[in-house]
Design a protein around this ligand. Structure first.
Ligand code: PEP
Ligand code: MN
Length: 662
């Protein structure tokens, strides 16, 4: 049983709770769980839960039905998000929540050059944490046992050179203390999952721990090992499924895919998957990794080697860097399908977008933070809509769940907030894959020349019909949503004869239901995302009502240009050089006008990812073109293209250069 104490409980009240439990025969331990202070009570005592709950300073009592208490979702319902690395260093990385975190590196550190070069390669492909064993628990005592402390020092230096926190295996309690300051996260290997003395010692050091599942451990045994770590003092435990021993011998182990959803239901801890050790055969590692992401894993740890044939351990399962890069691209494409975002490492040295003609430049004053959260004291990021809006979900992906945010009553109000500095960034939906471009926002870009696009994000949109508990499909008369919500759910709406009432935002439509008088509650509903139902305490009557499940909205992140025409890039979107630009222009009314613009781009080998024409308001039968293009190799090429386009077009607007998402 876990007693969750109220924030700011007095020492007197805490003592009363302790005494109450002890008097009734419980052994007690005090712990921190997430943001909560808790008292764990175990033993043969018996208690009236009602009475305990009523004690001053008791927030709630979780009487778990599981032998693991601190690890159980019954005790803590929200996902734990583990931070690895020092947040003050600007390179800390988060695991859990709506992000996919990728750990990569060699099985073992073999030399300084090897770990430095591998770190650079996996970082380039998008890994955010560096793995590598300095102490290797090998089945044979004659196999390579690792470089020991020397190897760990090389790895720490390689991680620092790439701005990547590191994770490495600890094999004994004595070594744990020596390794503490050299690693950001301890790995407990599969063979040591039930080495309880090691778990207690490592847990007490307070550092994040990656806990591998033992080759023959049940899920319950695995969670009980996590409980050892949590009970010993660390709050940051990440579970790692790495395959279990079954009768099948083709693969090294059998990847227990079903363990992922099971553990996510039983525990609040993040779960990642190690497809390398699970499968043991290079050609199958990526498929298993993708399956794990599809099943809901919070990340992967993958072995990568520059020359697997000469690797000192686990060569046959180590990916070549090129295979790892391909896997990363596939994960990035898959992420929105499972409602997640691939966590990227910031790259401050190239993390700045610039205005027309100077696509790449050095960041100025941009704080790097791999967790994707903003620095304290920085202005919030803005979105248009109410709590639970899709734009708020996109904002949380870009800036982190805890990022300070400003909700604006309209898109224009959001542009104003970014312009006057009350928001550092804004999150603007520009296009939906079913309903098309959001012209209102393109028009705003044209009205706010000091605002530029600095990043891009795609969010899968799953619409729900949301209503009061008393409502049913038969009782509803009126449905409220943003016009995009109606457009994206056309096929579903066709089946009913409902009055459709447009709102400025889907979540605002949900919020409006709260003001409904009692007698109308069963007659109204709204179309929005599940997050809006949760935010406003209403029921999802039907989920997944969008016409086609391949329904994505593309958001762009906006910022205000500095005097030099450049703009800051949100750290979490800052990886890699900008590779995309967006433009809006109109052409003179003469033969070949559009053709000559397209030829300018074609002659330079520029690929267009979007070309759309749209009527110009107030000028019947005249059109504007929206263009997204992939940037050419050099800044000079791009500047030349822009100059040539400006000469050929009538109105020309440059919306920004940024790193596109897949
Ligand atoms: C490793 O990660 O290199 C390792 C030895 O893994 P496991 O403990 O899962 O076998
Ligand atoms: Mn290995």
């Amino acid at each position: 049983m876990i007693v969750i104490l109220s924030k700011g409980i007095s020492s007197h009240d805490k003592e009363m709770v302790r005494a109450f439990l002890k008097e009734r025969g419980f052994g007690i331990r005090e712990q921190i769980l997430g943001d909560d202070e808790v008292i764990g009570a175990s033993g043969k005592g018996s208690v009236d839960i009602q009475e305990l709950t009523l004690l001053p300073g008791v927030e709630r009592v979780a009487a778990t039905s599981k032998p693991y208490e601190l690890a159980s979702r019954e005790t803590k319902t929200e996902d734990t998000i583990v931070t690895v690395g020092d947040p003050a260093s600007g390179t800390a990385v988060k695991i859990g929540g709506s992000r996919i975190t990728i750990i990569a590196g060699p099985c073992a550190v073999e030399s300084r050059e090897q770990i430095f070069e591998t770190a650079a390669q996996v970082r380039e492909s998008g890994a955010v944490l560096l793995r590598g064993g300095a102490y290797k628990p090998r089945t044979s005592p004659y196999a390579f046992q690792g470089l020991g402390m020397q190897g760990l020092e090389y790895m720490k230096a390689a991680g620092e050179a790439q701005g990547m926190p590191i994770v490495t295996e600890v094999v004994s309690s004595e070594l744990a203390v020596q390794m503490k300051d050299l690693t950001d996260m301890f790995q407990i290997g599969a063979r040591n999952m039930q080495n309880f003395e090691l778990l207690k010692k490592v847990g007490a050091l307070g550092k994040p721990v990656l806990l591998k599942r033992g080759p023959s451990a049940t899920i319950e045994e695995w969670l009980l090992s996590a409980e050892y770590l949590l009970a010993s003092g660390t709050r940051n435990v990440v579970l790692c499924e790495r395959g279990i021993r079954t009768f099948e011998t083709y693969t090294r182990n059998t990847l227990d895919i079903s363990a992922i959803p099971v553990v996510k239901r039983l525990s609040h801890l993040p779960v990642i998957v190690d497809p390398s050790h699970a499968v043991g055969i290079r050609a199958m590692v990526s498929s298993a990794g993708l399956a794990a992401v599809a099943a809901g894993a919070d990340g992967l740890t993958v072995e990568v080697h520059l020359h697997p044939d000469s690797a000192l351990s686990d060569g046959p399962q180590s990916l070549y860097p090129s295979q790892f890069e391909r896997l990363m691209r596939d994960i990035e494409a898959l992420a929105p399908v499972v409602g997640k975002e691939l966590l990227r490492t910031p790259r401050p040295q190239t993390g700045s977008a610039s205005a027309a003609g100077a696509p790449v430049g050095a960041a100025k004053g941009v704080r790097a933070d791999g967790g994707g959260t903003q620095a304290a004291g920085e202005p919030p990021a803005a979105f248009s809509g109410e709590s639970g809006a899709f734009a708020e979900q996109a904002l949380m992906r870009a800036f982190g769940e805890d990022a300070p945010r400003l909700s604006c009553p309209s898109f224009a109000a959001m542009f104003d907030a970014v312009l006057d500095g009350s928001a550092g960034f804004g999150v603007v939906p520009v296009e939906n894959s079913l309903a098309g471009s959001i012209h209102e926002n393109y028009d705003l870009f044209l009205r706010y020349p000091d605002i530029t696009v600095v990043g891009e994000l795609k969010l899968r949109i799953v619409h729900c019909l949301i209503a009061w508990e008393s409502a049913g499909l038969d009782s509803i008369i009126e449905v409220r949503s943003h016009s995009q919500g109606f457009a994206q759910c056309q096929d579903f709406l066709k089946k009913y004869d409902w009055v459709l009432e447009p709102y400025y935002n889907t979540a605002a439509a949900v919020a409006s239901l709260l003001k409904e008088p009692e007698e109308h509650k069963s007659k109204v509903a709204a179309i929005a995302g599940e997050a809006a139902a949760i935010a406003h305490g209403l029921k999802v009557l039907k989920a997944g009502i969008e016409t086609n499940p391949l329904n994505y909205t593309r958001f762009v992140i906006i910022a205000r240009k500095n005097e030099d025409g450049r703009a800051p890039v949100p750290p979490s979107l800052g990886q890699g050089k900008p590779n995309k630009a967006s433009l809006v222009f109109s052409v003179p009314d003469k033969p070949g006008a559009l053709f000559s613009c397209l030829k300018i781009m074609s002659d330079r080998g520029i690929n267009l990812s979007k070309l759309e024409s749209r009527p110009i308001q107030g000028k019947p039968w005249q059109y504007q073109f929206y263009v997204d293009l992939n940037l050419p190799e050099t800044e000079e090429d791009f500047s030349a293209v822009l100059e040539a386009l400006k000469a050929e077009t009538e109105d020309f607007y440059f919306l920004g250069v940024y790193r596109g998402s897949l």
